[in-house]
Design a protein around this ligand. Structure first.
Ligand SMILES: [Zn+2]
Length: 197
């Protein structure tokens, strides 16, 4: 234990996901002992992130305007939509550079245990995006775990009535894992090898 503010900051960092007590201590001392570390910049970002960031009105990705940078980019292929659970998955797929279409962020996955059903996800918004016939393929890139698979099969059943190709990322992704933790090569291959449902 340290005195006062040092311990308070360590405790605060320790509350963040993925940061244990050791790391919290290391970060705190780094800030304390590195004169070049821009404390004001970090403080500014922390205080502004919630007011500046919102969610894209089209795809649900994080954005600083009404629409995210991907939806605003005219070079993206509007005939392809990749459906993911979370905005973090968009970032993971972008890192592979395999995909040049648009995204749709569901905001989670179907999970009866957690009480999350289709109505709790941005599925209605997805269906309205598909209504005008621009989209030719929907790639289901939900996580390769129980909830992700349940969500993918629900969506594929929902989409069978439409004239749209529905595909699912190829196997090879760690089963039970999270898309955001898959390495770029594996995720890129899963994209190339996606299978039509
Ligand atoms: Zn968007």
């Amino acid at each position: 234990m340290y005195d006062g503010i040092v311990q308070e900051l360590i405790d605060e960092f320790g509350r963040l996901p993925g940061i244990g007590p050791k790391s919290a201590q290391r970060i705190t001392f780094h800030i304390l002992q590195t004169p070049t570390f821009d404390v004001a910049r970090l403080a500014e970002l922390l205080s502004e992130i919630r007011t500046r960031v919102r969610f894209c009105e089209i795809c649900g990705n994080v954005a600083e305007q009404d629409r995210c940078a991907i939806c605003r980019d005219p070079r993206r292929n509007p005939a392809l939509i990749c459906v993911v659970e979370d905005a973090k998955d968009v970032a993971a797929i972008e890192r592979t550079r395999e995909f040049r279409g648009l995204y749709h962020v569901l905001g989670g996955a179907i999970s009866p245990i957690a009480g999350i059903g289709p109505d709790d996800l941005r599925i209605a918004q997805l269906m309205s995006r598909l209504a005008d016939g621009t989209v030719q393929e929907v790639i289901l890139a939900t996580n390769p775990n129980l909830e992700g698979e349940a969500t993918a099969s629900y969506l594929s059943r929902l989409l069978t009535t439409m004239q749209i190709t529905v595909s699912r990322l190829a196997s090879g992704l760690p089963v039970g894992g999270d898309l955001e933790y898959a390495d770029e090569v594996t995720l890129g291959r899963a994209f190339e090898g996606r299978r039509v449902l």
